[in-house]
Write a protein that binds this ligand. Structure first.
Ligand code: ZN
Length: 698
């Protein structure tokens, strides 16, 4: 080694050592269950930890590539699965904090770290020598004695490479890279156009009489919008928080029409942010990628690792639902039309009238609202109810453990034990909104379950919500929707906590996308069950149990205009499938394309010069291309699965055991249809969802 190199070597080492000294990521955590020592972790620990962790990961992968022995399942696939432990240890708290407890420094850091991480994972995913070893194992798959879980790991690992072009010739690889780059730029631009066009629109109202019908707290929001813009009056915009309540409550038909048209013609008016060409380009680029990889269409490529498997199965479900819901939706339409006529509206109901008259009719039919229910859903009681449900179904228990470090004093940590009192998982709960926490609700892993040798390394999961905070005079009272959200995210956490798999990448919620919402959505079914509510839903002041009539009203109002809503969702599913099932590039008009794709699902008149495709972020800039159907798919599954509980008893232990054994425990270790049939004894049907939605009555 030359002198110069020695010095260089020394200084890198010295640098690495200073970075590592006192950095908790390089030490074994001494906390209960080796949970993350949040108190010790400082923002400046992340970057050096990421750098060392990525380097270590690369070295681990290099060791697999350079192994002189012939590739085997153990020395390649399993070995690869076990790489990157340190990187996960660093990235998991980082990305969780970025969502739940972010700061400007953390955001800046994310911008720095995210390209490094992308480059790092590309260097592994596009490594030809590594792929050669993976492929060598994959080609012998039929001769290897592998368990179903090992087969799944092999398939997933191999497809992780081939779906990113690993099997292509060098020339085609270059084309693939070019197309992928184009696609990510197009999607980004598409999304930005939607955002800009949405943000650019505003309508100032100075005459209060034009705003009749709007609730006073909503008027306050509009007034503060105006104030922020330095104006007097009330400022309307196209964000969902303004658009949705405005369409529901505004008595002014002309204004409703104006707002509706502005929203429904976004990014198609020929201006700077027009997305019409982007839509064609995105769909056509996806088609090119799919063809390059050997598929007829993008949906065919996208659906290979879905429970639905292929577009025939997707269309089969959509068509069945359309047939069942359409006659009912037409009845709902007539009912709203008659109601509007009675209220003196002598015109055909248009899309900008629908929400307004539906809301009025709903009020008249079912006088149930959030304020009536909230006193029965005090957060502490709901917590007991939800945890208690898991105890009744699965025998698991929750004990608060204040010794587990948390990232904010509001967060609570629980030791979760199984029916024999054995440690199962750590559950964190984080209920209220704060600065630095993003909106919405979610479940996430801090640590996923896996077997490390013979030891079952148990998971640590978190559920995060944004429920109304308690005040000085009132405890936190949840709305009915918030109760359902809690059950939903808690359902995901059960999937994460009850799992028992060998490999981390297949455990818990690591399942196909159209299957992941089954464990969460099924939990929402308990929300309107009397037997469940009776256990905890008592009035926070009087202690009185939630009245039966109120529960019945909830159930009835949940089905209000359900068929119409279902048809609307179906129309998005059909549109998504049409764009992504193209087998030749599309160069025609966007509106013409939509008309054909969505015609069968339309109940309200189709309005000229409007389109959905130019602002459909989910499928053109989000991750839902050829995947929008999965919302409906999961609903069908959860209704079908819950029907077993309904018929055997909502706390039936045997049914719960089977759900746990066949679904919650198994993660993604086998094809979801195989798992589901083991629980249900047959493939799912739409019977249960039709019954739940009130489409068939018996
Ligand atoms: Zn979910």
């Amino acid at each position: 080694m030359s002198q110069k190199k020695t010095i260089l070597f020394m200084s890198t080492l010295a640098l690495a050592l200073t970075a590592m000294a006192g950095n908790p990521f390089f030490e074994t955590y001494k906390t209960p269950h080796q949970t993350i020592p949040f108190i010790e972790i400082k923002t400046e620990h992340f970057l050096p930890a990421f750098e060392v962790a990525m380097k270590k990961h690369s070295e681990e992968v290099a060791a697999i590539i350079n192994n002189p022995q012939v590739p085997t399942f153990e020395n390649t696939i399993e070995a690869l699965e076990h790489t990157g432990t340190l990187l996960t240890k660093v990235s998991s708290p980082f990305y969780n904090l970025l969502s739940s407890e972010t700061t400007d420094e953390l955001q800046d850091l994310a911008e720095k770290i995210s390209p490094l991480v992308t480059e790092h994972s590309n260097s592994i995913r596009l490594n030809e020598k590594l792929f050669a070893r993976v492929k060598a194992v994959y080609l012998q798959k039929d001769n290897l004695k592998l368990s179903p879980e090992q087969k799944m790991l092999l398939k997933d690992t191999y497809e992780g490479f081939t779906n990113n072009g690993a099997n292509l010739s060098d020339a085609d690889k270059a084309i693939y890279r070019e197309l992928s780059k184009d696609l990510s730029l197009l999607s980004l631009q598409y999304g930005q156009n939607v955002l800009k066009e949405t943000n650019n629109y505003s309508l100032l109202i100075s005459d209060k009489t034009l705003l009749s019908g709007l609730p006073s707290d909503f008027m306050d929001v509009l007034a503060s919008n105006a104030k922020k813009a330095g104006k007097e009056g009330w400022l309307l915009n196209l964000k969902a928080t303004c658009y949705v309540p405005f369409m529901k409550y505004s008595e002014n038909r002309d204004l409703r029409r104006e707002i509706y048209m502005a929203n429904a013609s976004k990014c198609m008016g020929g201006g700077e942010y027009d997305n019409r060409e982007n839509v064609r380009k995105i769909a056509n680029t996806r088609l090119k990628i799919a063809k390059l990889l050997g598929y007829k269409s993008f949906s065919e490529y996208e659906l290979i690792d879905r429970m639905a498997e292929n577009k025939k199965n997707v269309y089969n479900l959509l068509d069945k639902l359309l047939l069942a819901y359409k006659p009912e939706a037409e009845k709902e339409y007539s009912e709203v039309q008659d109601f509007a006529n009675k209220k003196g509206a002598y015109f055909k109901i248009q899309p900008w009238d629908w929400s307004y008259y539906s809301e009025k009719l709903k009020d008249e039919k079912y006088s149930v609202n959030d304020e009536m229910l909230k006193p029965y859903f005090e957060l502490e009681n709901v917590k007991k109810g939800v945890f208690g449900l898991a105890t009744r179904l699965y025998g698991i228990k929750f004990r608060k453990n204040t010794k587990i470090p948390v990232y904010n004093p509001e967060v609570e940590a629980y030791d979760v034990t199984d029916e024999n009192g054995k440690y199962l998982a750590v559950l964190y709960t984080d209920f209220h909104p704060r600065d630095g926490k993003r909106a919405g609700a979610w479940m996430n892993d801090f640590k996923a379950q896996s077997m490390i040798g013979k030891m079952d390394s148990r998971p640590q999961v978190t559920v995060v919500m944004n429920f109304t905070r308690p005040t000085e005079t009132k405890p936190a009272l949840l709305t009915y929707d918030e109760l359902k959200t809690f059950l939903h995210e808690f359902g995901h956490s059960l999937h994460g906590m009850l799992t028992k798999c060998t490999y981390e990448s297949l455990s818990g919620t690591n399942v196909y996308r159209d299957f992941v919402e089954l464990p969460s959505q099924i939990m929402e079914n308990w929300a309107s069950e009397k037997e469940f509510l009776d256990g905890f839903a008592t009035h926070y002041q009087t202690g009185e149990k939630i009245p039966v009539e109120l529960i019945q009203k909830i159930k009835a109002s949940e089905n209000f205009n359900n068929a119409y809503s279902c048809l609307r969702q179906l129309s998005f599913c059909y549109l998504d499938m049409s764009w992504h099932s193209l087998e030749t590039p599309y160069e025609g008009d966007i509106i013409d394309f939509e008309k054909e794709a969505m015609a069968s699902t339309q109940i309200l008149p189709m309005i000229p010069n409007t389109a959905m495709s130019t602002s459909f972020n989910h499928i053109f800039s989000g991750g839902y291309a050829a995947g929008y159907y999965s919302y409906k798919w999961a609903e069908v599954l959860d209704a079908d699965a819950f029907s077993v509980f309904s018929s055997k008893g909502i706390f039936d232990k045997k049914t719960a055991d089977s759900f746990r054994e066949n679904i919650l425990l198994k993660g993604g270790t086998e094809h979801p249809m195989v798992l589901y049939k083991r629980f249900r004894g047959q493939e799912p049907t739409i019977d249960a969802i039709l019954k739940r939605d009130g489409i068939i009555r018996n």
